[in-house]
Design a protein. Structure first.
Length: 298
């Protein structure tokens, strides 16, 4: 049994857990701040979160109910203290008793640092208060539970569509031309002579990389001139199918481009089709190649 002195000594104790995810920071931030994504990974292995009131805005209240494999429910309350997208999230949380009162209080500081398409997550959790007499029984399992939660986050991040946004010093018309005209596309993207910005158009391009030949087969599903173009994306003879969407937003004389690649998790789990390769590839294509092309032609 934990003595009164030992309970007092628990206050101020800090747990630090770090994890690295093969995903851009914005994506990990989304998984940590969007309720529908958080509900998929919050809690130890085998737990679910049927109730997840999690709107990441300073001052908003937190209410999450975790359900154990046996059906026991564990309600949690708290509050958002600081929200700095996509870098830092500070919350206060604690387990709730049968009356809905906090049994203890943890102050969590989550920080995200991105480098080379990967994101390092650091969770610092400091015990601020011990309120209920038996609160220590929850504290003992906190580190293991949070560690398992952050491991579950890996699977959730893998299923969230990859998104990258960049702003170019070029008008929308120029950027649209660059992403829909075969001649322009061959200079920053791939050689796709049979590409036409028309719904139903099927096009193919082959890429050789590190000894692997990737035969891409795509079909355009949506075209809104100077605003959006989308197409399916698969590999001939391999399982899986994905969807790529380019969206353009005029911002003064500049253009913000948002690319979304959904369905990456449907591809075979092979090294050449690993998510990190798509992250690295799109980051280079959109953030470097396309940017240099449109800005040099502006």
């Amino acid at each position: 049994m934990t003595t009164l002195t030992e309970k007092k000594n628990l206050v101020g104790k800090e747990f630090v857990i770090t994890r690295e995810y093969t995903a851009p920071r914005e994506l990990v931030w989304l998984a940590c701040t969007d309720a529908k994504h958080l509900a998929q990974w919050w809690g130890p292995r085998g737990f679910t979160a049927p109730v997840c009131e999690w709107d990441a805005q300073p001052g908003n209240k937190i209410y999450v109910v975790m359900r154990a494999p046996g059906g026991t429910r564990y309600p949690m309350g708290g509050e958002f203290l600081e929200v700095v997208p996509p870098e830092k999230l500070v919350t206060m949380t604690g387990a709730l008793d049968d009356n809905g009162d906090l049994m203890f209080e943890f102050r969590h500081t989550l920080t995200l640092v991105e480098q080379d398409g990967k994101t390092k997550l650091t969770m610092r959790s400091r015990l601020m208060k011990m309120i209920a007499p038996d609160a220590d029984r929850y504290i003992g399992g906190f580190e293991a539970g949070m560690t398992q939660s952050l491991e579950r986050l890996i699977d959730v991040v893998e299923k969230i569509p990859f998104t990258i946004e960049r702003t170019f010093d070029a008008p929308v018309a120029l950027v649209w031309h660059a992403i829909t005209t075969p001649e322009d596309m061959s200079r920053w993207y791939f050689d796709m002579k049979n590409f036409k910005p028309e719904v139903g158009c099927e096009f193919q391009f082959i890429v050789e990389h590190e000894g692997n030949v990737h035969d891409h087969r795509c079909k355009i599903t949506e075209v809104i001139p100077q605003k959006r173009i989308a197409y399916t994306w698969r590999f001939e003879g391999r399982e899986g199918n994905s969807h790529v969407t380019f969206e353009l937003f005029a911002e003064g004389g500049k253009t913000r481009l948002k690319l979304t690649h959904a369905g990456l998790e449907t591809f075979a789990k092979t090294p050449s089709l690993a998510r990190k390769n798509f992250v690295r590839g799109w980051t280079s294509l959109i953030g470097t190649e396309l940017k240099q092309f449109v800005e040099s032609n502006n």
